[in-house]
Write a protein of this length. Sequence first.
Lengths: 210, 215
Amino acid sequence: MSIGVMPIKLQETAMSSVNTREQEFSRIAFEHMDAIYSTALRLARNEQDAEDLVQDTYMRAFRFFDKFEPGTNFKAWLFKILTNTFINSYRKKTRQPQRVDFDKVSYALPEEEKTDNHVKESSPRNFNPELYRKLFDDQITDALDRLTDDFRLVVVLCDIHGFSYKEIADIIGTPIGTVMSRLSRARKILQKILEEYAAKEGFIKRRQAE
Amino acid sequence: MGKKCETIQPLITGFIDEELPADQQQDVAGHLEQCATCSELYRQERAVKEAVRENVRMAVTPVHLRQNIRSRISEAAASAPGFLKALQQVFSAYKLKSAFALTLLIIVAGMPYLRTGGLSSPHRAGQGEWIVMEGSAVCIDCELLKQKNHEGHHPHPGAHRTALRTKDGLIWSFLQTEQGIDLINNQNVLNKKIRVRGYRLQDQKYIEVEGFEII
């Protein structure tokens, strides 16, 4: 059995343009792979799906590389492709059980009550920001994984990768105001989960019924 | 809760991320100094942000994934029709993006005529000939590894990628179009006889898949 050797009849001009495009893409895209992979892991929440997601993201990015406008933010462009790929093909077939929608649980209250309720609930008398430092980093990752996709995504983009609100708005395709309100709610839900963990570990006393 | 608190609290998130306009940023800072309730909310949210930032680690891309992507990109780069690229290069050299798009549009718009016209087989300008090929569906990575290393090969990490081995022993890859990718990722056809319809890219062992079936 033999494998057909690729004929070298390709026009040289065409070939050199192929190489330049591939080299250019590799040069600017590969340095972001750890960031993309880390985000894919948080989105897909398992290694196999994360790997598929990264691979699809890079193949799509390469295919549409001509559409990238030089001089604009390439990293954000790559994240946008990652996000779209995830939403379009991975979210549906996620291998993990459905997450609790904390949004519905904690925020199904009318606007005014919501704020009052929140202030009361999230101000345990002995709260101390330092207590989070005592939690293990995988507990914090786990808390993050318990958020719904939309919330988890903004937290990952803002707090782990340091994207600006404008960049995030561009990546996820929402107005800047939505980015801020989503972040705000996501952090409040995270806070509740972290407090639960801290209480379980005995770092803070369980809230007394008030 | 005072009126001021009502306007300040929704801004705390933006304040923490330093995303507010300078005057609002100052406004919030001023209020936080005076209001215990709001500054407590600020303290709590900032603690959450810091906990995430400091504890959720960046992962390192597995080596096999990096290699896989590198080789798939090289493959995709080599398999796109040379004709199209040559054309594109000519136009981009003169910064005639729109002229390129227009030419492409004319070619693409003309395709249905070429395919349904008087020709005996559907044929596209300069992009290879219409073919129907039969053979076994094999994984290209497994085949190449087998060739490289005669005494027992190691399984490659990652999924198998389907290719077509014809009776003469040649291996045909599929161009990564929508249908091509479906076939490449289709693990059910492996080791079965299949018939593939599509375009053979000129002078290349690549097929632009239009359809396939198990036979």
